[in-house]
Design a protein around this ligand. Structure first.
Ligand code: 2RA
Length: 352
């Protein structure tokens, strides 16, 4: 039989997508698939690839016999339990922020730096934040040929980046404003939400998200930056292996349920044309190029949700900046942005 894989956090938003991925694969290399979750979800029955599995409670013994443990749990749980999984003999592939910037933990996007899976002194491999991940395949392809020097990014992040709570809040807000003549006066969206019982202090988004955009994702960091913006900078440098890469990001939440988008301004060492970029994107198996200005063809998050690849469009040579491309990427933040990349890291380990 093949190796044993565990999904830790199997009943959460990302864990559920992980199970979808397992169900949709034609072949999987696994002998046993073990579903692990908190005591609250233990005992739940979930069918994976036609076989009913009982979710087991997170405990040291739950990792006995596990070869690869994929973690989709909050940072503090990963920090506590990934080392336990390793002690019990597993390789931990972790989708939280707990280990991403640890110099002894590789941060892997298989299309960009699959070779890094071998250097894992702690037995842990980290999966990047979904915002960084959504543009990495495209940037990795360009960087290999043209040498990336600078990156300026604006994100358009979906509500599901804040988990099920974020999805529920956006749906409730949209229901509360639907059919109302709001959005024509400052504060009237917030008033409509409050009238529907959606209190400002209960939102994960700091401001109304329905009929709005919110330039704040993640937590507050020094000098006006947010955690998401610093993750884009630090993780891009680590994945691409360019410690001095100049990066500046503004992260914005938009009223989209799932799929993050990013507007990217990328400066390269060498001259680069739209045609050259198109060729690289077309050659990349996990990129779909949707870029036809004549036909007004471009990707949007609503057209990409549920898909595995990264969609790229609006590729332009910057008019006033040499060696610089502008482009727009959309990637499902729960699939490639989280569960799928974690799963692909696990597959890479098995192939090796
Ligand atoms: C967000 N990137 O979109 C985060 C989720 N990890 O909020």
């Amino acid at each position: 039989p093949g190796p044993t894989v565990a999904i830790v956090g199997a009943t959460g938003a990302v864990g559920s997508v992980m199970i979808d991925i397992l169900n949709s694969r034609e072949n999987v290399p696994w002998g046993e698939i073990r579903l692990i979750a908190s005591a609250r979800s233990a005992g739940k029955k979930i069918t994976v690839r036609g076989v009913e599995h009982t979710v087991v409670e997170l405990s040291p013994e739950a990792f006995d016999g596990v070869d690869i443990a994929m973690f989709d749990v909050p940072d503090e749980l990963s920090a506590q339990w990934a080392p336990v999984a390793v002690e019990r003999g597993a390789i931990a592939v972790d989708n939280s922020g707990a280990f991403r910037m640890d110099p002894e933990v590789p941060l892997v996007v298989p299309e960009v730096n699959a070779d890094r899976v071998h250097e894992r002194p702690k037995g842990i491999i980290a999966n990047p934040n979904c915002t960084t991940l959504s543009m990495m395949t495209a940037l990795g392809a360009l960087h290999r040929e043209f040498g990336l020097r600078e990156l300026v990014v604006s994100s358009y992040q979906a509500a599901s980046g804040s988990g099920q709570e974020g999805i529920d809040r956006l749906q409730e807000e949209i229901a509360a404003v639907a059919g109302k003549q709001v959005g024509e006066r400052a504060g009237d969206v917030a008033e409509a939400l409050a009238a529907a019982g959606l209190l400002a202090e209960q939102t994960p988004f700091k401001a109304p998200l329905a009929m709005n955009v919110v330039p704040w994702c993640g937590s507050r960091k020094d000098d006006g930056w947010t955690s998401e913006e610093l993750k884009v900078r630090n993780e891009s440098r680590k994945i691409l292996g360019i410690p001095e890469l100049k990066v500046s990001a503004t992260c914005v939440r938009v009223p989209v349920v799932t799929t993050h988008s990013l507007a990217v301004h990328a400066v390269f060492e060498r001259e680069i044309s739209v045609e050259q970029a198109h060729r690289l994107f077309e050659a990349a198996p996990s990129i779909v190029l949707q870029d036809d200005p004549a036909g007004e063809v471009f990707p949007t998050p609503a057209g990409v949700v549920g898909a595995d690849p990264t969609y790229v469009g609006r590729v332009r040579q910057a008019l006033d900046f040499p060696n610089t491309l502008e482009f727009f990427v959309c990637g499902d933040n729960l699939r490639k942005g989280a569960a799928l990349n974690t799963y692909e890291i696990a597959e890479t380990l098995v192939q090796d």
